[in-house]
Design a protein around this ligand. Structure first.
Ligand code: S3P
Length: 197
């Protein structure tokens, strides 16, 4: 199959599951474009996700997300890091699929997620006294939906290069794990919303 015909890679999963980090590595190694939905929305809105939640509420943010999904679904050769709540709406899953995208769910054990998220200050849903209880509750509610919305489930409690290689293989790329190793530090200036390869 020609590279152009493989469709977009859509990364799904809980906060802290590595969607952004893995997505950036995948895009660079497969010479695809990368977009992180949260960063993209922040750039367009001129405000952080935290500010949008605080000033306009979660429903408003979800509407921005839905609009962004419809826009990105039309793009070609993109790796999209969705937000942890984006694919809770089956209409968003459907829109990405209609655009030819494949949804990969990054499945990470709860204990690892809690460890990765313990010092987070940016995610509005986690700025609560008992963060781990919220993570447990959200996981219970969301995991069935991540599974239902996924074309493929990826065991993602592993090093970034291993997870990236797994996804690439499922997407039809026969490349060794070494092709996804990051020896360079991720560029500081490379944190814009939409990144061209
Ligand atoms: C959210 C996840 C966040 C961000 C927002 C809401 C969620 O994205 O979209 O804070 O509902 O799980 P990440 O998964 O990139 O942290």
């Amino acid at each position: 199959m020609r590279r152009e015909d493989r469709g977009n890679i859509i990364l799904s999963g809980f906060m802290g599951s590595g969607k952004t980090t893995v997505g950036r590595v995948l895009a660079r190694s497969l010479r695809m474009h990368f977009v992180d939905m949260d960063r993209y929305i922040e750039e367009k809105a001129g405000r952080s996700v935290k500010e949008i939640f605080a000033e306009n509420g979660e429903a408003y943010f979800r509407a921005l997300e839905a609009r962004t999904v419809r826009e990105l679904a039309k793009e070609k050769r993109y790796v999209v890091a969705s937000g942890g709540g984006t694919l809770m709406d089956p209409e968003n899953v459907r829109a990405f699929r209609e655009g030819g995208g494949t949804v990969y769910f990054l499945d990470v054990p709860a204990a690892a997620l809690k460890e990765r998220l313990k010092n987070d200050t940016k995610r509005p849903l986690l700025q609560v006294p008992d963060r781990n209880a919220v993570i447990d509750r959200l996981l219970l509610e969301r995991r069935p939906k991540y599974l239902a919305g996924a074309d493929r489930i990826v065991e993602a409690g592993a090093p970034i290069s291993v997870v990236a290689q797994r996804i690439a293989a499922l997407h039809g790329y026969d490349l060794p794990e070494t092709a996804f190793r990051t020896h360079r530090r991720i560029r500081r200036g490379g944190r814009r919303g939409k990144e061209r390869a």
